[in-house]
Design a protein around this ligand. Structure first.
Ligand code: APR
Length: 231
């Protein structure tokens, strides 16, 4: 089977009711990154940080995967599909995608602030100050904050290098090192970028830009790729 790598950002979950970050009304218009999504914020006001992620979790529990997530899961019947996502939601998994690498962590998990190898699934949406790991350290969101290392980056690069087809969906390509992933795809393979408002700062010479929402653009693209397989 051909290897298809799909690199997703917040835009793929927009039609599920999850806010993006940098669109108008995006999360970073309502919250300051430095107050809620940095290691310094966690030191200064951990309760505020917990509350920010509690609200994100509450919102996620009410959300469902959309036609974009489903199209990617459907492609698994025809391709060896690997999802690399910047998203911390679990909508790819809930749509049925089996191979999902989360570059920026996972909202439905927490980890010990003292023993980072201790990672737990969250039941419900609320994690409070005073909720501790089995060794007595405070639990923190299992999120890669601004200024922290991206531990999965090397694995993601390797997957992109092996891709036969590469699809980018719903990302403004503003955040590094994740945005660098595009540079690792082979020059010979087919590349697509599905986004209603694509970032065209990038050199898209060899990328087909599909200027549509994920819920429309991805099912169409999936049909096209499947038809090509049988021609
Ligand atoms: N379908 C597809 N794309 C969409 C849709 C949609 N329905 N709606 C919006 N978009 C696109 C926007 O046009 C934009 O290009 O999604 C993109 C969202 O960009 P950002 O808000 O910057 O999100 P993202 O690129 O995922 O951000 C990267 O930044 O804040 C950090 O860690 C956070 O993982 C996140 C990272």
């Amino acid at each position: 089977m051909k290897r298809l790598v799909v690199f997703t950002g917040a835009g793929i979950s927009a039609e599920s009711g999850i806010k993006t970050f940098r669109d108008s009304n995006g999360l970073w218009e309502e919250h300051k990154i430095e107050d809620v999504a940095t290691p310094q914020a966690w030191v200064k006001n951990p309760a505020l940080v917990q509350e920010f992620y509690n609200q994100r979790r509450k919102n996620l529990l009410e959300a469902k995967p959309n036609a974009g997530h489903q199209a990617i899961a459907e492609l698994q019947k025809y391709f060896n599909v690997q999802v690399i996502t910047q998203n911390v939601d679990d909508l790819h998994e809930r749509a049925g995608s089996q191979n999902v690498l989360h570059l920026h962590g996972e909202l439905m998990k927490v980890r010990s602030s003292g023993y980072p190898e201790l990672i737990y699934s969250v039941k419900g949406w609320e994690v409070k100050m005073g909720d501790l790991c089995e060794k007595g350290s405070q639990l923190r969101p299992h999120i890669v904050w601004f200024g922290e290392m991206v531990p999965e980056m090397d694995n993601a690069i390797e997957l992109v290098q092996q891709a036969d087809i590469f699809i980018v969906v719903g990302t403004s390509l503003n955040v590094y090192p994740a945005a660098n992933l595009l540079d690792y795809a082979s020059a010979e393979i087919s590349k697509f970028y599905v986004d209603p408002n694509p970032d065209l700062v990038y050199n898209f010479a060899d990328i087909k830009v599909i200027k549509q929402k994920a819920g429309i653009g991805l099912p169409d693209l999936a049909d096209k790729l499947i038809k090509e397989l049988f021609n």
